[in-house]
Design a protein around this ligand. Structure first.
Ligand code: TAP
Length: 492
């Protein structure tokens, strides 16, 4: 396949380094990791393979910055900085979107579309710079005491993010760190670090002081593990798989660091017989396929009420055939490749298991060989799935939906909640009380009614059950970068 003609940002070429204490430095070991464009399978760059030594240096820089001049910045200064970051990042967004597309495959349609969301998220965190308010509650102490309660920044924050959307994921760490006066060390995924590194450059350009934001690239088992074990990291935000989360929880015991975990999902998207199918069919389909299914909130179990089951399956099958898969640099592409060969193999294995366990393959299921060596897969629909099948229980993280029939509200909720996850859910109905009762009944942190996947940073989202804990977005998120402190002042 001919690669679409598009200007490749100059930033892509040449080996990349860590950002530590405002300096671009090689990995202490000198090792590098090849960066592969998942749409072509070609090596397009290299990143530094960081390890415990690099993490040590970055955490020490973050600690020095936390205790230095940065700790005296006023909320107004931090707000001005965040607004400057906003302007610099938005001015360079076309380049950032292209880097993200080349690095992790998401189509330009999606990565360009993140500009407005990025503007919102940065403006939201800028608005939160004075969230560390103090109060003077009355006390019942004998004598003459003034009691003060205030909130202080937790200190050095670690971040470990996955490859499925670094342009989104990094702000959940950098935003609140800059808003509250914390400092950060971020370890992006080895498969998608380039947009993070370019943003780190832009942060420096915008005036973020040395050591406040540090980026160490590398493998999870080395750099990621070292960061989660580090005794001088006060809080760690992790997004990724349940298995890695277990190792992070264990590693955090070194110093009982505060954790925020956003993990996988197997979210139910429930379509009632009275739903507007003109909206529900594309809405539920793209609720799974978006970002080639590599989305934590993917509504990968589509529950459909029996009276419309056959019609729904036929219509979603037809819709699925219209979805355009290809190189993300082509502005018409709706779905790009999966991130790498391992993920493609994993998703294809699930598709095989779905067939073996008796689900009916309506459409899709094949690797798109005619698109070249990239990791392209057809969006895939299974009908007649049951909630006990592997494809309905495990997070596939690919464009694969299982359509499961149900009878009534009670049945829908029983199936929806029969999962170890609790990240998100959807309801499609014209009936207000059905919408309300079902959204109340789904055991998950985020529910969408007659839509799927929208997100306002000032409202936020979060997980329940094995999908993790800790709200992302809204005031709660910012407050989790602070710790409460009481001061007892004897006035006598
Ligand atoms: P993970 O291994 O969980 O990767 C997420 C992040 O954790 C990456 O930055 C990874 O680094 C890092 N990491 C890996 N091992 C670590 C360790 N021992 N200590 C600290 N950090 C570590 O996920 P994956 O292997 O990329 O994907 C596997 C499956 O997880 C996916 O198929 C999907 O089902 C699920 N997943 C879910 C999400 C969300 S948003 N829910 C995101 C990603 C993956 P490296 O990648 O550089 O090794």
């Amino acid at each position: 396949m001919l690669a679409p003609v598009h200007e490749v940002p100059a930033f892509i070429s040449g080996p990349k380094r860590h950002l530590i204490n405002g300096q671009w430095v090689d990995a202490a070991s000198g090792r590098q990791i090849d960066v592969v464009n998942p749409a072509t399978g070609e090596v397009i760059s290299q990143i530094a393979a960081g390890d415990a030594t690099d993490i040590d240096r970055a955490v020490a820089a973050a600690r020095r910055a936390f205790e230095g001049e940065w700790s005296r910045w006023t909320p107004h200064q931090r707000r001005k900085l965040l607004l400057k970051v906003h302007d610099v990042v938005l001015d360079n967004f076309e380049e950032l979107a292209t880097i993200e597309t080349l690095d992790m495959g998401a189509p330009l349609q999606r990565t360009r579309g993140l500009a407005e969301w990025t503007s919102q998220v940065l403006q939201f965190f800028a608005s939160q710079c004075d969230v560390a308010t103090a109060s003077t509650p009355p006390n019942s102490l004998p004598g003459n005491f003034l009691t003060l309660k205030h909130l202080a920044p937790v200190g050095v924050v670690g971040g470990v993010i996955p490859w499925n959307g670094p342009l989104i994921g990094l702000w959940w760490i950098f935003g609140p760190a800059l808003a509250t006066g914390c400092t950060a060390v971020l370890k992006p995924a080895e498969d998608a670090s380039l947009s993070v590194l370019r943003i780190a450059e832009l942060l420096t350009e915008a005036g973020v002081p040395d050591g406040v934001i540090n980026v160490v690239t590398g493998y999870g088992a080395e750099a990621g593990q070292a960061l989660s074990e580090h005794r001088d990291v006060d809080r760690l935000a992790f997004t990724g798989s349940v298995g890695t989360a277990r190792s992070i929880v264990r590693a955090s015991a070194t110093n009982f660091k505060r954790l925020q975990l956003e993990l996988g999902g197997k979210s139910p998207d429930i379509v009632f017989a009275d739903a507007d199918l003109d909206k529900a069919v594309p809405g539920a389909a793209m609720g799974v396929y978006t970002n080639s299914g590599q989305v934590c909130v993917a509504g990968s179990r589509i529950l459909v009420q029996r009276p419309i089951y056959d019609e729904f399956v036929a219509r979603i099958g037809e819709f699925t055939k219209t979805v355009r898969v290809g190189d993300g640099l082509d502005p018409n592409t709706q779905l790009g490749p999966l991130i790498n060969q391992r993920q493609l193999d994993r998703v294809q294995q699930y598709i095989q298991i779905g067939g073996t366990e008796g689900a009916e393959l309506v459409t899709g299921g094949n690797r798109l060989d005619h698109l070249g060596p990239g990791y392209f897969l057809e969006p895939t629909i299974f009908a007649d799935a049951t909630n006990t099948m592997t494809i309905a229980r495990e997070e596939i993280f690919g464009p694969v939906a299982s359509v499961i029939p149900f009878d009534d509200v009670e049945d829908a909720l029983r199936i929806a909640n029969d999962t170890e996850y609790g990240l998100a859910g959807g309801v499609w109905t014209r009936d207000l009380s059905t919408a309300h009762n079902v959204s109340r009944g789904i055991q998950a942190g985020t529910i969408w009614v007659n839509c799927y996947g929208v997100l306002d940073p000032s409202i936020g989202f979060g997980g329940y059950k094995m999908s993790g804990y800790g709200w992302k977005g809204a005031k709660e998120h910012v407050e989790s970068y602070l710790y409460p402190k009481a001061v007892y002042i004897n006035l006598d």
